[in-house]
Design a binder for this molecule. Sequence first.
Ligand code: KIV
Ligand code: ZN
Length: 517
Amino acid sequence: MKDQLIIFDTTLRDGEQSPGAAMTQDEKLRIALALQRLRVDVIEAGFAAASPGDFAAVQTIAREITDCTVCSLARANAGDIHKAGEALRQGRRKRIHTFIATSPIHMEKKLRMTPEQVFDSAVGAVKLAREYTDDVEFSAEDAVRSDMDFLCRVFEAVIKAGATTINVPDTVGYSIPELWGERMRQLIARVPNAGKVVWSTHCHNDLGLAVANSLAAVQAGARQVECTINGLGERAGNASLEEVVMAVKTRSDVFEVETRIDATQIVPCSRLVSGITGYPVQPNKAVVGANAFAHESGIHQDGVLKHRQTYEIMRAEDVGWAANKLTLGKLSGRNAFRARLEELGYKFRSEGELAEAFARFKDLADKKHEIFDEDLQMLVTQSDAARTEERVQLVWMEAMSKTGTRPVAKVALNLAGEIREQQAQGDGPVDAVFAAIEKLIGSGAKLLLYSVNNITTGTDSQGEVTVRLTKDGRVVNGLGADTDIVIASAKAYVNAINRLEVPIERAHPQRSFEPTP
Ligand code: KIV
Ligand code: ZN
């Protein structure tokens, strides 16, 4: 029988550290429920000590999730551990994940602590965490650049103190597969009582090697992989869950492990995370990208038609692309609409919520005769956004483009109950719309990113627009979808403005540290 590979999802914690990906409590809960349907083993719900909002999100997820272990991150100090323990109190299966950096550069320059102080903090934190739960994970941040002898000494001590999972992070994405596998192999061989704990790997993607490094660690004996949906995360991101899971499954001839993941939930979960965080999935992304199963060249198409396995190593439907089919149309009723969304894992919380989403569906069906699952998912994501009390709302807009003239746009916004209109010119229709919105609200925000994606194929497809804005050091992503990409752009800009108004302040786990009192 194969060993189980524990899938530890950190989309809600490390993933949320991506610029602009901060989520509300409600959004986090929706993702946690999707992760539960995906059957991940551990959900890292957040960093309870970061802010009251993070504390509440961890608490809610711990209360609502019944089939996965729920985990909170905590720095290796008493305050953080107490917060994590409190937030998880009502959880069925709870884990405290405590960490401290062990590399010379982090200890000296960031923590300003001696190795002995770090050693004592690690042991103290694990002992304290065990007072809240039997499931305690310890991470040696920047293990990749840590001295091997020191790392072994710290790991030996934290195992003795009660840690049950030892996580070895490549915090800066510096390693390469051969070296990372070797490091894991050596640690398991050298640390006394290594067999009493689960060894885990946590890789960042700075060199594009996070998945390859994670898989090398699995081959060397790691039995937990820390990863995120769509590879979301700090800088270039974390190891992508869907790639790790499908590599292990597709190459079961090579890996001696299996996961309990329901792979058919991968694509719906990927779409949900992308919709909520405003991070589009690149079309050529493995497993979940729009082109992952598209065959362009005639030779490939011919081969696949004759025998699928000539060019396909996985089946699209096995990872949830089966959902990518024509589903509903203009004449579909409310029950069919509800039933299809339930099949996609979305449950309406009230009849009012269903009615509001159904009205949007009818609007869309008027503009677009074929409605796909991706359209439905975007529609409910948008409905959720609409339900949150948005101070700024788009009432209508028009934009004019004509060869030889400067585009002009008119926009009407509902500003806390008052309808106001403005007109502006711009370098293109989208630029003109943004300028008109800014004339009305004068936010002073700076545009960092603008991107457009097709939700499905065809010229009547909805365009999904992401707008990233920054103001006073905060970064937010706004999302908008419409069959008209200029309108989608206006919706995305307004969505980002509203998000700027909801302060989600949090400490960053890797940036500050108060030594153990
Ligand atoms: O990258 C990292 O080192 C982390 C730790 C907190 C596990 O995210
Ligand atoms: Zn990380």
